[in-house]
Structure formats: C-alpha cells, structure tokens
Design a protein around this ligand. Structure first.
Ligand SMILES: Cc1cc2nc3c(=O)[nH]c(=O)nc-3n(C[C@H](O)[C@H](O)[C@H](O)COP(=O)(O)OP(=O)(O)OC[C@H]3O[C@@H](n4cnc5c(N)ncnc54)[C@H](O)[C@@H]3O)c2cc1C
Length: 409
C-alpha cells in the first residue's frame, strides 16, 4: 500500500548529484522528499568545471539559482585555436540576444552546493511553499523493488515511497533493477581526459598575465587537427578566479587499466608528453595546475525505458554521455525539472506510475538525440556542425512547455 496524504507523496531520491538535487528542489514544493547519498556532503563528481547552456539556465533561474553565490561566469562564446596557438575561429552565439539567457561556466562543486541549498534551505528563505528535502549522507542504497517503490539501505533496512528517483550516476547500481537486465552498461568511448583546474594567480605566475580568452570570458578550445583527436578545453570559473582544464586524447594502451575511476591520478609529465607539440602558452599552465585526474570517457547506449512501476532513472544513470557537447549535466538538470509533472493539483500515489511513463515518453527521445549528437561530435564533426547541434538544445524551457509544443498541430 502506498500513502497518499492529500496529494503529498513520499519521494525517495538516490544520489545527490546535479540530477537528484534538481529533482529534490522541484519536488519539495509539494512532497516529502528524502535523498540518500552514499558519500559525504562534499562529494562532487564529473570534472572540475561545468558549462551550462540556456536550456539548463532557464530551469536554474526558475528555481532561484543564485548565480552570485555560485560564482557563475557569463560565457561569451568559443575561441578555437590550432595547436600552434593561432586563432582559427571565434564563435559568439550572443546567447542573451538569441536565447534570452546567457551560457554560464562554473566550478561544478559551486553548482552542486547551490543546488544543495535550494533543495534543503528553509522554505521562507527561498520564498517557496513546502518543506526542505532531507539529505541523508553516507547512506548507500543497495536494493530496489521498483514496482513497490521500496529501497534497501546498506544496513539492511528498507524505505517505502510512492516515487523512487534513481540518480546514482554513470555506474548506477540500481539501473539493472529498474530495467531487470544487467546488459545496459556504459561503454568506453576510446577517449581519455586529463581533468584539472588552476587559480588565476597560478596562471599569472606561469604566463605573466591572464590569457585574453580568460579575461574576455571565452571557452578556449585548442584542437590538434592532425588525426590524433587531441584537444584542450579551458574556461574560466568562479568569478574568473579559477579555470577549468579538460584535455582529451585517444586512449592509449598503457592507460587502459588506470582510468576506470574518476579519481585516477594523472601525471603532469604524461600530460606534457601527449601535448608536446601544442602552444607553449598552454602547456606552461600544465606545470602549475592543481591535482590532475584522469578518466576514460564512457557513455551509455539509449535505454529501452527509464522507468518501471514507481521508479525512474534520471541523469547519468539514464543517459551517460561524454563531455564532447557539454550536455550531460544540462540534461540532468532538465531531467530533474521534469518532476514538475508530479507537482500539480490532484496528483495522487496511484497516478505515479502513469506520470513517470509520461516523463519517460517526453524526456527519453530528446536525450537520445543529444547522446547521438555527442557521439558524432567526438570524431570528425566540424566546429560549425558541433556548435549548430549544441545550439539546437538551447530553446528548451521546461517539461510543461515542451509537452505543449509537442502536442501542438
Ligand atoms: C570531464 C567531464 C567534463 C564534463 N563537463 C560537462 C559540462 O561542461 N557540461 C555538462 O552539462 N556536463 C558535463 N559533464 C557531464 C556531467 O558531469 C554529468 O552528466 C553529471 O554530473 C551527471 O549528474 P548526475 O547527478 O546524474 O550524476 P553524478 O553527479 O555522478 O551524481 C550521482 C550521485 O549518486 C551517488 N550515488 C551513487 N551510487 C549511490 C548509491 N548506491 N546510493 C546512494 N548514492 C549513490 C554518488 O555518490 C553521486 O553523488 C562532464 C563530464 C566529464 C567526465
């Protein structure tokens, strides 16, 4: 039996990443929300920096995301360089004029902390109705009965809910329990990424001054264009005080065993070796970066469904993709917002499975297309084509608007 206390549902969310916390922020307005997170409060996975595009910004704005608290930097666009450091192309999409909102860059920990605040701060402080979500850290979920909405915690206890949102990331443990099949696993994309960050003072020390793409708010994209699929993506974060560095290259045999985990350590000499023929103004920065992490990029083939009974997969658990279009987190935020369909008058526990199927029906084809575009961006697409596909995502304005537009003749 499920409880339906006058439209108030019991919601369990597994995972406090960007997907889970966005869902918590939406659902707390009407329902009792508990988030179980296996790690501590400071956990933030998935790369040091994060680019958010207008599709996610509209959603973040709609839930009171405070850009000042998150140190968000407005991104002007993209400057593409060749490996010798010559400017090849500048793309300024005029986000605000074209899409009504900017694109932003951040430290991803800052985005997660702000979403955590939005999920858990007192309702008065946020000026919204409902009650704060409860986040239970260091509590892994180990089992799920999707039909009944029951999760099992590591200590063996069980929790029954009307809705279970599975947002436990790319290596989701619960995915196979929703799909009743263990065959849907992420696949290696053939590319490895060195991830790092550095502070403005470190960059000044290395170069004498900050590069102009940094002070002028551009993404700096340096591409090998020599058949090696090597490129470097840099962009400013946290009020221009720090910088994200993602350096992607074809996976090499010797790295294959070391890059399974987000936390594998990279080595600066190895990084310098991979990019030995790139502009020295860029590779000089390698010597002063903070910790270097190394990860082999992976993605997930489209799933046959995201939901079963009272449970639904979202975020990387549903559609892990590589960062080649910078859309994984943006899609995770879109997913979290889709639970507005459960924040409606008259929603009751017995309608939950049908509403989850509706979310699946609306979200999955859109995200499958983004995964396809991301895959095609990995190898061989021109910069123009890559950006054209990226901008196709930009006009999204939430699930209700999307459903209305799709229904229009
Ligand atoms: C190098 C790199 C750069 C990227 N850059 C961008 C970018 O610029 N823009 C963009 O949009 N996307 C980017 N992405 C993708 C983005 O990081 C992910 O798509 C996004 O973080 C997914 O969020 P999530 O909430 O689904 O998963 P996660 O952030 O992985 O969160 C999952 C959470 O679930 C918890 N968890 C796992 N298992 C359990 C369990 N059993 N019980 C309880 N808790 C559990 C984990 O501890 C974690 O906190 C990038 C990815 C990479 C690798």
């Amino acid at each position: 039996m499920t409880a339906d206390q006058g439209g108030k549902l019991r919601v369990t969310i597994v995972g406090s990443g960007l997907a889970g916390l966005t869902a918590a922020r939406i659902l707390r307005e009407q329902h009792d929300v508990t988030v179980y997170e296996r790690s501590g409060a400071a956990r933030a996975t998935g790369g040091q920096g994060l680019s958010t595009t207008p599709n996610a910004i509209r959603i973040l704005d709609s839930v009171g995301f405070d850009r000042a608290r998150a140190g968000s930097v407005k991104s002007r666009g993209y400057r593409t360089y060749d490996k010798a450091g010559r400017l090849v192309q500048e793309i300024d999409p005029r986000h605000e004029e074209t899409f009504g909102v900017p694109a932003l860059t951040h430290l991803r920990a800052d985005v997660r902390n702000e979403l955590l605040r939005l999920a858990t701060a007192p309702s008065d402080e946020l000026g919204i109705r409902g009650h704060p979500a409860r986040v239970v850290f260091e509590t892994p979920v180990t089992g799920l009965d999707a039909e009944k909405g029951v999760v099992t915690l590591e200590d063996g206890s069980t929790v029954e809910a009307d809705v279970v949102i599975v947002a436990d990331g790319i290596h989701s443990r619960l995915r196979e329990l929703v799909l009743r099949s263990a065959e849907h696993k992420p696949k290696k994309a053939g590319l490895t990424c060195f991830r790092s960050s550095l502070l403005a003072e470190q960059a000044r020390a290395a170069l004498g001054q900050l590069p102009n793409w940094w002070t002028e708010h551009y993404h700096m994209f340096a591409a090998g264009k020599d058949g090696t699929d090597r490129f470097i993506l840099l962009y400013p974060t946290r009020n221009l005080e720090s910088m994200n560095m993602s350096c992607i290259f074809q996976t090499r045999e010797e790295n294959k065993d070391t890059t399974e985990s987000w936390d594998a350590n990279g080595d600066v000499e190895e990084m310098l070796g991979v990019y030995h023929d790139f502009d020295k103004n860029v590779t000089k920065l390698f010597r002063v970066v903070n910790e270097i992490k190394m990860w082999e990029l992976q993605d997930l083939d489209p799933l046959p469904t995201w939901c079963r009974g009272r449970a639904i997969l979202i975020g990387d658990a549903a559609h892990a993709m590589t960062p080649m279009q910078g859309q994984g987190a943006n899609m995770s935020i879109e997913d979290g917002e889709a639970f507005r369909l459960l924040v409606q008058p008259g929603v009751s526990a017995d309608r939950v499975p049908a509403i989850l199927r509706r979310i699946d029906e609306l979200r999955r084809p859109r995200v499958d297309q983004v995964v396809k575009n991301t895959r095609e961006s990995s190898f061989g697409l021109s910069a123009e084509e890559r950006f054209t596909r990226l901008f196709q995502n930009a006009d999204y304005n939430g699930i209700v608007d999307y459903a209305t537009k799709r229904a229009a003749p």
